[in-house]
Design a protein around this ligand. Structure first.
Ligand code: EPU
Length: 337
């Protein structure tokens, strides 16, 4: 196995800070996965699988092996009159894959257009946007289980998907995902209920949307609202939308009548973290080389950080201010190393 030593991680993650990996390698196939695990075991070093680095923050040099996932390929493995099943390599770029499906006329993932990252990372935090979560189209996942030391096929149920969570979050670093199987619809049911999609389609004068127009509308919404990571380093929403009990929500609503929240079950609510941050005055605030994006407070942006610690410290301040004002605990959505 080829490894490079003391490699700058700057080109490999969206915050683009200057931490280094002690060792670095690239994974092109399943054998590279087992080689990397064995190598780390022999050297007694930790292993970190990196996709495109769209959801990570390095706050220090990584002491082990960073392995960049580059297993590619989109393969049709089944097709019926109504559905198509695809097996996709973990290293495929997410948006390219979504565009491929849209182009083919296969529906299900179009609302997840332009989400940064790779196919293999998508189930880990169960990416979601505009009323759709990726688990809705996932059938099965191929992964190496580093505990039982065998290749496993995980069914959708086994993956325990929830809001921004899954089995892979519960057992961090245990499973190395190499392929994801998706089921897509040949007669797509478009989901255009989300206010922003309806408004965009209306604005563009589209009365009878199709996969392509929905995907294009979402690309436009995201481009208008979210910062381009090539210009301002960021990892999308930095925090999750916190869940609170119904009684806590009602109490908050009495004190803060404009609070934005959605019921997620009979006795719990999800609060819009962006609203919490904006209400604490963070939107558009810049401190040193870090700031809260001016159009969406939930996105922390870099104005040229050298160390991810700068972002981490800024996020700590936000967590404290939200806890002080609202007694709500914010949880980071970005993975910190
Ligand atoms: N809001 C504010 N101030 C802000 C930001 C948002 O008041 O600065 C309010 C908005 O007005 C809206 C509500 O909060 O009423 C929700 O905002 P938005 O629709 O922008 O969605 P979000 O909850 O902030 C989530 C996902 C995004 C995804 C969007 C669209 C999480 C943590 N984030 O954001 O995902 O694109 O919904 O569906 O669930 C990501 O995970 O990186 C990401 C960008």
């Amino acid at each position: 196995m080829h490894t490079d030593t003391n490699i700058s991680l700057q080109p490999f993650h969206f915050f683009a800070s200057e931490e280094q990996a002690k060792y670095f390698t690239v994974i092109k196939n399943k054998e590279d996965v087992t080689d990397a695990i064995e190598w780390c075991h022999e050297q007694n070093l930790p292993l970190l699988i990196l996709g495109s680095g769209s959801n990570v923050l390095f706050t220090q040099n990584y002491p082990g092996l960073v392995a960049k996932m580059e297993i590619n390929g989109i393969k049709k493995i089944n097709e019926s009159a109504t559905e198509v099943v695809l097996e996709v390599g973990a290293g495929e770029n997410w948006h390219h894959f979504v565009s491929y499906c849209v182009h083919k006329g296969w529906g299900g993932l179009e609302n997840l257009s332009l989400i940064p990252g790779t196919v293999g990372a998508s189930p880990i935090q169960n990416i979601g946007a505009y009323g759709v979560e990726v688990h809705e189209c996932i059938q099965q996942i191929t992964a190496f289980d580093t505990v039982s030391k065998e290749w496993v096929q995980l069914s959708k149920q086994a993956c325990k998907f929830g809001y921004r969570t899954s089995l892979f979050k519960e057992y961090t670093h245990r499973y190395i995902i190499t392929q994801v199987q998706f089921v897509l619809q040949k007669q797509p049911q478009l989901k255009t209920d989300y206010g922003a999609i309806r408004d965009m389609l209306h604005e563009k004068g589209i009365k009878h949307p199709n996969l392509e127009s929905v995907s294009n509308a979402i690309v436009q919404i995201r481009t208008q609202k979210l910062p381009d990571p090539k210009i301002l380093g960021n990892a999308g929403s930095f925090f999750k939308n916190p869940a609170v009990s119904k009684s806590q929500y009602e109490h908050l609503q009495e004190q803060f009548p404009t609070i934005i929240a959605y019921p997620i079950s009979d006795d719990s609510y999800k609060i819009a973290a962006g609203w919490l941050l904006e209400s604490c005055g963070w939107k558009g605030i810049k401190k040193g080389n870090v700031g809260c994006y001016e159009k969406q407070a939930l996105v922390i942006v870099s104005y040229g950080i050298r160390s991810g610690k700068e972002v981490f410290d800024f996020s700590e301040e936000i967590i404290h201010s939200v806890a002080n004002k609202f007694k709500v605990a914010l949880e980071r959505e970005v993975n910190i190393y």
